[in-house]
Design a binder for this molecule. Structure first.
Ligand code: GDP
Ligand code: IMO
Ligand code: MG
Length: 428
C-alpha cells in the first residue's frame, strides 16, 4: 500500500512521528518537495532525531529512503545529516537515494534568502533562511544547478561560472553585498558532488520498479497545505507544493499508484513566521499552549504562534488533498485546559464561510466563529485505547469527525511511538 502523508495546516503537525511509525509497513520512504526548511522530529525513548532532508523513515535499518526530484538539496546540510546519523549508529549506505533532477541550494541562494527578507522590512515572510525561495526561483527560471550537474565536474564548472557572474552582480548592485569567490565555492561544491555521487540515481525509475514488484512506498510531505505556493496564504508561503499534487511531479509517480492520502492535523493550529493565523490565541493563553506543546521551530528554534483548531482550514485541506482520513496529534497538550474552542466556520460580511478564502483581504475581514467545549483536565498521555479516553476528549474528537465528515485514523497523545491510539486497524 502506498500512502501519502501531508500536513493539513502550516507545517509542524507531527508528520515526522507518523512517517517513522508507518515506515515499519513500507519498503521505501520518499520525500517529494521542500528542502532543509523542514524539521521533522522523531522521538525514541530518550533519543530525539530531527530530519531536514533525509526522510524520517531512515531509523528503520532495512528501509530505503528517497530524496525526490521535487526537492531543493543543500549538500552541506545533507552531508552533515548523514554524518550525524552515522555518529548515532545509523548508516545510510546502500539505502539512501537522491534524484538526479533535484536542485542544488547554492550559497548565493541562502544569502539572497536573507537579504531579500531584510529588504521586505515589515512585510517579511519569516523564511527559514535556508535558501528555499531563491533556489526554486532559479529552478523555474531555468537557471538552476541540478544534482546531475553537480556530480559531473565539467558541467558544474561551466554552468556555475556563468550563473555566479550573474548572481554576484545581483548581490553587489541591488543588495550591496560582497559576492562569492568562484574558486572557493567551486572547490567546496565539487567536493560535495564527489561525496554525494554514490547516492544519486533515477529515483522515479527506482520507485516505479519497486511498486511494480509489489513493494510499498510511504510518501513524506514537508510543510503543510497552507504553506503551499498555490494553496497557502500567498505570499506568506514556501516555494513548493506540500499538497498531494507535489507527489506526482516531485517523485515521478502517477496518481494511480497512490492508495491512500492521510492528513496530519494538530489538535490546535500553529504557525512560525509571518502571515495570517485566523484563530491565533491571546498572548497569555498562547504562551501556555506554546510551553506545554513545546512549540519552538525544529529548524530555526523560533517560537511558533498558537491558535485554536480551525476547521475551515481543515475542510479545505481535505478537499485539496483528497484526504481519506486524518491523524490527530498533540491532543495531550490540552490536558490542563478548562475550556477548548473549535473554530467551526468564519463570518464574512454577515455570511458564513466554510472553506478557506483565497484572498488575504477577504481573510482579514473574516471573523472565526467558535464552539466551546469543556476540557478533560486530566493526563491522557499514557492512554492506549480510544475507549479509555476521558468523555470530554472523546467529545472533542467526535466533534471534529462530525463537522469535517472524515475518519480519524490515529490519535497522538505524546511524541513517543507508543503514545498513539490506533483507530484504523489497517494501520496497526
Ligand atoms: P513535523 O514538522 O510535522 O514533523 O513536526 P515537528 O517535528 O516540527 O513538530 C512536532 C513536535 O511535536 C515534535 O517536537 C514532536 O516530537 C512533537 N509531537 C508529535 N506528536 C506529539 C503529541 O501527540 N504530543 C506531544 N506532546 N508532542 C508531540
Ligand atoms: P515542516 O516540514 C513550519 C515556513 C517558514 C516561513 C515560510 C517560508 O517541519 O512542517 P521558507 O524557508 O520555506 O521559504 O519559509 O514557511 N516553513 C515552515 N513552517 N514547518 C515547516 O516545515 C516549514 N518550512 C517552512 O517559517 O513562514
Ligand atoms: Mg517541523
Amino acid at each position: 500500500m502506498n500512502i501519502v502523508i501531508v500536513g493539513t495546516q502550516f507545517g509542524d503537525e507531527g508528520k515526522g512521528k507518523f512517517i517513522d511509525l508507518l515506515a515499519k509497513r513500507a519498503d521505501y520512504i520518499a520525500r517529494y518537495q521542500g528542502g532543509a526548511n523542514a524539521g521533522h522530529t522523531v522521538v525514541i525513548g530518550k533519543k530525539e532525531f530531527i530530519f531536514h532532508l533525509i526522510p524520517s523513515g531512515i531509523l528503520h535499518k532495512r528501509k530505503k529512503c528517497i530524496i525526490g526530484n521535487g526537492l531543493v538539496v543543500d549538500p552541506q546540510t545533507l552531508l552533515e545529516e548523514i554524518e550525524n546519523l552515522k555518529k548515532r549508529g545509523i548508516d545510510v549506505k546502500g539505502r539512501l537515494f537522491i534524484s538526479e533532477n533535484a536542485h542544488i541550494v547554492m550559497p548565493y541562494h541562502k544569502l539572497l534568502d536573507r537579504v531579500s527578507e531584510l529588504a521586505r522590512k515589515r512585510k517579511k515572510i519569516g523564511t527559514t533562511g535556508r535558501g528555499i525561495g531563491p533556489c526554486y526561483t532559479d529552478k523555474v527560471a531555468r537557471t538552476g544547478i541540478r544534482v546531475a550537474d553537480l556530480i559531473d565536474e565539467k558541467t558544474f564548472k561551466k554552468k556555475f561560472k556563468k550563473i555566479l557572474d550573474e548572481k554576484n552582480q545581483l548581490l553587489r548592485k541591488i543588495y550591496h553585498q560582497k559576492g562569492f569567490s568562484y574558486r572557493k565555492v567551486l572547490i567546496e561544491y565539487s567536493s560535495y558532488g564527489r561525496r554525494i555521487k554514490k547516492y544519486v540515481t533515477n529515483t522515479s525509475l527506482l520507485i516505479n520498479r519497486a511498486i511494480d514488484k509489489g513493494k510499498s512506498v510511504l510518501l513524506e510531505g514537508a510543510q503543510g497545505t497552507f504553506l503551499d505556493i498555490d494553496w497557502g496564504t500567498y505570499p506568506y508561503v514556501t516555494s513548493s507544493h506540500p499538497v498531494v499534487g507535489g507527489v506526482l511531479t516531485g517523485l515521478g509517480v502517477g496518481p494511480t499508484r497512490i492508495d491512500r492520502v492521510i492528513g496530519v492535523a494538530k489538535a490546535y493550529t500553529t504557525r512560525v513566521g509571518g502571515g495570517p493565523l485566523p484563530t491565533e490565541l491571546p498572548k497569555r493563553l498562547g504562551e501556555r499552549v506554546r510551553e506545554r506543546g513545546r512549540e519552538y521551530g525544529a529548524t530555526t528554534g523560533r517560537p511558533r504562534r498558537c491558535g485554536w483548531l480551525d476547521l475551515v482550514l481543515l475542510r479545505s485541506a481535505i478537499q485539496i488533498n483528497g484526504l481519506d482520513s486524518l491523524i490527530l496529534t498533540k491532543l495531550d497538550v490540552f490536558d490542563e485546559l478548562k475550556e477548548i474552542k473549535i473554530c467551526t466556520h468564519y463570518r464574512y460580511r454577515g455570511r458564513e464561510i466554510n472553506f478557506f478564502p483565497n484572498s488575504l483581504r477577504v481573510l482579514s475581514q473574516c471573523k472565526p466563529q467558535y464552539e466551546v467545549l469543556k476540557g478533560w483536565q486530566e493526563s491522557i498521555s499514557r492512554i492506549k485505547s480510544y475507549k479509555k479516553l476521558p468523555p470530554n476528549t472523546k467529545k472533542y474528537v467526535k466533534k471534529i469527525k462530525k463537522l469535517l465528515g472524515i475518519k480519524i485514523a490515529l490519535i497522538s497523545v505524546g511524541p513517543q511511538r507508543n503514545q498513539t491510539i490506533v483507530l484504523d486497524k489497517t494501520l496497526r
